[in-house]
Design a protein around this ligand. Structure first.
Ligand SMILES: [Zn+2]
Ligand SMILES: [Zn+2]
Length: 138
């Protein structure tokens, strides 16, 4: 059972619809794109989408990509809980695909850098920009 299915029963109707839109998408979606897709399901205002997204991000089911101002469904089962604080994304500048990467060693490095400056870390999202494997060769 995927994490999405496992937690699906705990989600509200709106959260489930937003999660579905993101899960079916090939890449990250902006809140307004999600709103457009869900209008036929009764979504009327961006606030409805943002409320659902806030919760999904909190649950670790969805991540926010700051540089794109967009959201992407989590591709890992280990996110959520304390893993939520460190996520790494490789964003293709040509096709827009996003790959989510996890690395415990990197998390340790980030944590120790924060400790060095007595910084209290709540979240770190690292976004790598470049070309994905298929765009690189085409
Ligand atoms: Zn994730
Ligand atoms: Zn690409």
């Amino acid at each position: 059972m995927s994490k999405y299915e496992a937690s699906n029963s705990d989600l509200t109707k709106n959260q489930t619809l937003v999660m579905g839109a993101l899960s079916n998408a090939n890449g990250p979606l902006s809140a307004y794109t999600i709103l457009d897709e869900l209008r036929e399901h009764g979504f009327r205002a961006p606030l409805q989408v943002y409320r659902a997204l806030d919760k999904l991000v909190e649950f670790g089911l969805v991540h926010r990509l700051e540089s794109l101002n967009a959201f992407v469904a989590c591709q890992h089962t280990s996110c959520g809980g304390d893993r939520k604080e460190n996520v790494l994304f490789a964003i293709c500048e040509k096709c827009g695909s996003v790959q989510e990467l996890a690395n415990d060693r990197l998390l340790d490095v980030v944590k120790s850098l924060a400790i060095d400056i007595e910084f209290s870390l709540s979240e770190s999202v690292i976004e790598l920009r470049g070309l994905c494997a298929s765009c690189k060769t085409s």
